[in-house]
Write a protein that binds this ligand. Structure first.
Ligand SMILES: Nc1ncnc2c1ncn2[C@@H]1O[C@H](COP(=O)(O)OP(=O)(O)OP(=O)(O)O)[C@@H](O)[C@H]1O
Ligand SMILES: Nc1nc2c(c(=O)[nH]1)N[C@H]1C(S)=C(S)[C@@H](COP(=O)(O)O)O[C@H]1N2
Length: 177
């Protein structure tokens, strides 16, 4: 079993019912395979936009599965059933607003509707949770922007040491004194 576990949660009513294939959840997994040199294991869940279920799945992946990173897709917009940021806020002890700020800023290069995403990030215990929008193409657009800071964030919350493939994405770790 790998020491590094990464959780992927797709919050989508239609993907969870099988009305469409979950392209975004698969895109997160493919992006992790591209980025990481370290061995890792994916723990994947595809669930409806139900806040209780999103919260319990986040807790399961952080507390029981011990994922150091949980990446969600979907449910970040203004629609009535979009509740992923609320679920994230409810399960996290600390919010990390810089992630959402940067992802929205970068996303504006691609779509004027980037401001409609309330995507955020936070810390639950030794896990970092990051929200991404539902659109498949947003996955790489957002992760390319924030991932350089992810390995050091996981160091700081006493998670495993994550090595990236520097030809694909370069992790930034401030030099130790
Ligand atoms: N997980 C996904 N896999 C593939 N396509 C997706 C996914 N999530 C969203 N999309 C696409 O992006 C479009 C806009 O996303 P939207 O936020 O409306 O979907 P959603 O919230 O996942 O859907 P639902 O209303 O079923 O929960 C969708 O109509 C769909 O074409
Ligand atoms: N990078 C990026 N961010 C994006 C988008 C996108 O296509 N690319 N779509 C936007 C749109 S159209 C919406 S409605 C919001 C919320 O999407 P969600 O409800 O599927 O999470 O994300 C926004 N952020």
């Amino acid at each position: 079993m790998s020491e590094i576990k990464i959780g992927v949660i797709t919050a989508s009513d239609r993907a969870s019912k099988g009305i469409y294939d979950d392209i975004s959840g698969v895109a997160i997994q493919d992006t992790m395979k591209d980025y990481l040199k370290s061995e890792f294991e994916i723990v994947y869940r595809c669930i409806p936009d139900e806040q209780d279920q999103i919260e319990s799945t986040m807790k399961e992946l952080c507390d029981d599965e011990k994922c150091c990173l949980v990446v969600t897709t979907g449910g970040t917009g203004p629609a009535l059933r979009d509740v992923t940021p609320e679920a994230t806020q409810n399960v996290c002890q600390k919010m990390m607003p810089g992630f959402g700020e940067l992802m929205r800023q970068v996303s504006l290069q691609y779509v004027p509707t980037a401001i409609l995403s309330r995507q955020t990030a936070g810390i639950r215990g030794n896990s970092l949770i990051i929200n991404l929008p539902g659109k498949p193409k947003s996955i790489r657009e957002c992760l390319d922007a924030v991932f350089p800071a992810v390995p050091y964030c996981i160091d700081l919350i006493e998670g495993p040491f994550i090595e990236t493939d520097e030809d694909v994405i370069k992790a930034f770790r401030p030099k130790q004194k």
